[in-house]
Design a protein around this ligand. Sequence first.
Ligand code: PAF
Length: 277
Amino acid sequence: MQRQALAWRAMGIRVAFVPTMGCLHAGHLSLVQRAQREVGAKGRVVVSIYVNPTQFGPAEDFSRYPRPLSRDLALCREAGVDVVFTPTDAAMYAGQAEGSYSTYVVEERLSQSMEGRARPTHFRGVTTIVTKLFNIVQPSVAVFGAKDWQQAAIVRRMVADLNLPVRMLVAPTLREPDGLAMSSRNRYLDAAQRTQATVLWHSIQLARKRAQSAPVRAPVLKAAVARLIATQSQAKLDYVEFFDGDTLEPAPRVRRGTHMALAVFVGKTRLIDNAQL
Ligand code: PAF
């Protein structure tokens, strides 16, 4: 992959890159379309499919994360993706099992809150694998989904802090007709849980409505969201936060334009969502 990418670079061919963990859905395909628009017919679009072990905690769903590779490849072919990069663990983390893999990329500020607090080693895994993928794929543009808002903010900061020659694009979250954000993890939900999972979207709408006319103190709105989540028997709030969408600094008062993110367990499945209010 890296040899091919360097050859393209030498020929002046631009690469747009969409990193994924596979189990592709319409949300991923919208990132591919955005990538295609960015580099045009003369460019190349590379999608990586790699379930990155270092961004999963020990009690998380790494081993059962869905890996429908042939279906993913068919979707990429249909979407006109030029190259799908599907590295093995051995290729990406040679020697990790024996403890000889020892270099990580760590963002130290934006990764302390929300997902970073709930999943302490998660973002170190993300920034490390994204750096490795950037070095291999040599993209001029990379497209991330807004669904993982904090991830996108952290990668953007990493790109700036480390002078990586990549332009970061963030494309909007795609939703099911009832508002549930598209996610590969939605397939873990049974029918009853799938219905209850719309509570994330309803929480965003509740906050949006409450913050529309006048600013609301964040604890008041957090309590309102917690009460709404508690109405669903299988839902358990992990966190809800209100913050500045660029800096991720907490917003003591929530108003129009404030960003909101939440994580909710529905049964055993942990779902996240976010939006600008
Ligand atoms: O968002 C994801 O799917 C992953 O975190 C990413 C960016 C592909 C890194 O493994």
